[in-house]
Design a binder for this molecule. Sequence first.
Ligand code: SF4
Ligand code: SF4
Length: 176
Amino acid sequence: MRRLWSPKGKAREEGIDVTAADPSNLVGYCGLYCNACGIRQEKIKTAVNNLRDIIAHYGFDKMMSEFVQWEPSFKHYNEFDEVMDGLVQLFGDCPGCLQGGGDPNCKVRSCAKQKGYRTCAECNEAGGCEPLAPYRKGYKGLTPALQCIRENGIRSYAEGMQKKVDNGYSYVDESK
Ligand code: SF4
Ligand code: SF4
């Protein structure tokens, strides 16, 4: 099965250790900060594990055939359980953009790499860029992030983002 957000990732294309002290290594080509991503923060894995713990605590998983008389959807419990496994398999963790995490077919990453840019902040076409547009739309902070990288440099931007993450920030909260 193809894994998009694999903790193992594909080959370490850039030879960069994302665990190194420099948080710039966690800035994706598009300008998103990988440590602020809910997938890398293991939010889905944690939520699935929490739900499973609660279900197991009450022993509901062993009583679904009995409960189905009150709640017909419970006949699909085994499929639901498989879907939870699938969510963790595909979206349980991520090694980060520079380590091959995220969408393996990401057009932004391939375009920026082809042009020799570290991030799209270096690109004159960023304003009207089609591949970047969905990320600008999905993450309101992306346009100011690219501006910040241009004005202050990637290291300063990454350090600012890491401070926010240390205080509990996640992109998941931004889209609420
Ligand atoms: S995979 Fe694409 S969208 Fe995700 S952080 Fe990297 S460049 Fe951005
Ligand atoms: S055209 Fe420029 S802004 Fe758009 S993805 Fe490529 S490098 Fe990034």
